[in-house]
Design a protein. Sequence first.
Length: 342
Amino acid sequence: MARQLLRLTRFVLCTILVVTVLMTIMVDGPNQDTQHLGLIVQEEQQDNRSNPELGVWLYRGSDFITHEDGRENVEEMQLLFLTRKKFMNRVCKHEVSNRAQTVPLNHKEFLINREFKIVWCSIFKSASSSWFAYFLTLAGKNPNVRKNSEVELARKTAYPRPSMQDLQEVLNDPSYTSFVILREPFQRILSSYLDKIAGKEERYYHSVRCKMTKQKRRTSKPCFPTFPQYVDYILEQYAAGKMLDEHWQPYTLFCSLCQVNFTYVLAFENIAEEQNFLLNHVEGLQNYPLKHEHSSEHNYSAQVREHYSQLSRAQLDGLVDIYKDDFLISGHSWIEYYEYIQ
């Protein structure tokens, strides 16, 4: 029964998304890009791939972005980014919550490099360590010589939080390139749990861990929350109207995704190819190779079922309520997670 429901839901989602794209084509006019987009939608249906929803296809990485010999297919990559922007704009106008549509621009979470004219909003647990280190390198700082994290070093030495006016000026300047990296929402919050809560002993999260386990820290003995306790903490904080931690705050709000017309929206699931494209198309960045800084060795895709199967339906419903906008705007689906709890 559950599998039949999943197939039916995927069919409905696919139908909705195809209609969305066709409506976009009708509104914008049948230019070359949208004609090509229509062909891609048809091919996607005919191929009967494992994830037929157009939104999922836009963010999972695509077979056509590189040639067989490994060369970058520039035209198709540009089309992918264009299609992704159109998809996001449509979702922002018609599908996300009113809060996501009206949230003020969260200007403090952006980094602006004026020398290379590049702007980034740092969604944590979406290749953020690598890009903080990269922005430090662009500013002439050595990210390997530090007492603090890349985030602290960047904010203290090179990238003070911009004012609303400063950010709006560069976002409206066509000579600047802005980008953001989106990740499947539930894999992102699992990554935050494994790295920040269940993983290494970060002093900053000591008290948070004990709040999750509802323990009083009368001794130096550390607290080790389970994944359900971590989820309960997120749900309680959200219900109380409190600001969620940056590592699990919904990124639709954190990076004001419906308020900013990013030049590029990258997919974490295809990060290697897409960030290489970005580096090759922003003047001057070709001379600065990007190093992979992510310290975790977790295989998140393998751990998804293990951890989400520990949740109750009420807990999963609560998470979907919080991160629904992130799922909608990134084109991923939360439906499969309900299979894990049965």
